[in-house]
Write a protein that binds this ligand. Structure first.
Ligand SMILES: [Mg+2]
Length: 431
């Protein structure tokens, strides 16, 4: 009957805008940031999680987290851990909190972080990494984690049980394969818009030689620049090497179609976020017009309802998921299940700060216990800021390698939290 008696949040920001790391057509000067959360039992089990933002507004995200403190402090931890859908459904169903969305934006991301923090505690209680905790749950237990409200036209609980049951055969074998073969990674490191041509070419060649199976370039600010940069990347990587592009929501629909057609000669693996992330009809129109070039979105997708529409209308050929955008592990399970049911491949969004660490668990779980495949799938990778984590991702030979450390890999080093706390941490006072 242990009650949650410890809760703390931090506004942690890294001055990445100085090197233009992370720069794209919409986000020219990001300071990668974490609205960071921990709660649990003092002297006992504690969880960690964070919401990724890109600087200004991280204080708003922290305030949203703080507003959830009364819903968590004093709760019986065992009760929450015994039903991992309970807190998620309570918070997303709270009528006054719902008004601030519903189920989208700052408050929904804060709720997702609380849910993720509880999953970290669950995994630590079981002394397993999160991906393995999920992979060991029964089909019925997994299906019970999902909120089917607004999904039933495409996914019901009995259908979800069936999908998870179909994937139960071979779980153990796939777990072993994951440990021996890793999970495909692709890198966005060469492609930031603020990098020089020389740096682009050097990083493209490094990506290929390091074994990454594809790269992704940011586009959408200037078409002639995009053509020049794609030509350089294609030369550096060679014919047939998969190159995706990402416009980060920059275009109108007609503009996207024209722009993508002008870049199609470079044999694009996919075009990511061509327009507003909520515009299902827009993605559908773009996808039809630029076929066979694949169109995708998802990292800014507000929730499972938009995911259902994107998938069932075939507005996207593939989907990104983001660990910190929607209502946590539970809502991402819903999105992964809809994608698996409709045979849409998922290429999880990562990078930022802590996103690689978080989303790898969902991708590993998807391989072991849901889609059962690594074909035409890869987790995004960017080699930034991993040194601030207690259990940083292991990425080499172009692959993510699964962690065996208990939890969700979201815990940051105490020193990093204090050094980069905004605005009074020593790294900011010195800036
Ligand atoms: Mg993207």
């Amino acid at each position: 009957m242990a009650k949650i008696n410890h809760w703390a949040t931090w506004d942690v920001r890294f001055p990445t805008s100085k090197q233009l790391d992370g720069s794209d057509a919409m986000n020219q000067d990001p300071d990668y940031s974490a609205a960071y959360l921990t709660f649990g039992i003092s002297g006992g089990l504690s969880g960690h999680s964070s919401v990724f933002t890109i600087g200004r507004g991280n204080d708003v995200q922290v305030a949203a987290l703080e507003s959830l403190k009364p819903y968590v402090l004093g709760r019986d931890l065992d009760e929450l851990l015994s039903d991992m859908g309970l807190l998620y459904k309570e918070l997303t169903g709270d009528s006054q909190l719902r008004w601030l969305g519903p189920e989208k934006g700052v408050m929904h991301m804060a709720i997702g972080s609380v849910v993720n923090c509880l999953w970290d505690i669950k995994a630590k209680e079981l002394n397993q990494p999160l991906w393995e905790v999920l992979s060991d749950m029964s089909p019925e237990e997994l299906a019970k984690l999902i909120d089917y409200r607004y999904l039933s036209s495409n996914l019901t609980e009995p259908q979800a049980v069936e999908i998870f049951q179909q994937a139960s055969n071979g779980r153990q074998k796939r777990k072993e394969q994951l440990r021996t073969e890793g999970y495909p990674a692709y890198t966005t490191s060469p492609g930031w818009l603020g990098y020089s041509d020389e740096k682009l070419v050097r990083l493209c060649k490094e990506a290929v030689s390091e074994g990454f199976g594809r790269i992704k370039l940011k586009v959408g600010a200037n078409k002639q620049d995009d053509i020049r940069r794609l030509r350089l990347a294609r030369e550096a990587c060679g014919d047939g090497y998969p190159i995706a592009i990402d416009a980060n929501q920059r275009w109108e629909i007609d503009e996207a179609i024209d722009w993508i057609r002008d870049l199609a000669e470079f044999d694009l693996d996919w075009v990511e976020e061509p327009t507003s992330p909520d515009d299902v009809n827009g993605h559908l129109a773009i996808g039809r017009a630029v076929f066979p070039t694949r169109v995708s979105t998802g990292e800014h997708m507000a929730n499972r309802v938009v995911a259902r529409q994107m998938i069932e209308s075939r507005a996207v050929s593939l989907l990104q998921i983001d660990s910190a955008r929607v209502g946590g592990v539970n809502e991402n399970l819903a999105i992964l299940a809809i994608a698996a049911k409709n045979k849409i491949p998922v290429f999880p969004h990562a990078g930022g700060v802590g996103l690689c660490e978080a989303v790898q668990h969902l991708a590993f779980f998807d391989y072991v216990a849901l889609s059962g495949t690594k074909e035409d799938r890869a987790i995004e990778y960017v080699d930034h800021l991993h040194e601030h984590f207690v259990d940083p991702v292991s990425v080499h030979n172009g692959r993510y390698w699964p962690t065996d450390i208990a939890g969700n890999s979201q815990q940051m080093l105490d020193e990093s939290i204090s050094d980069f706390s905004f605005p009074n941490g020593p790294k900011w006072r010195a800036a």
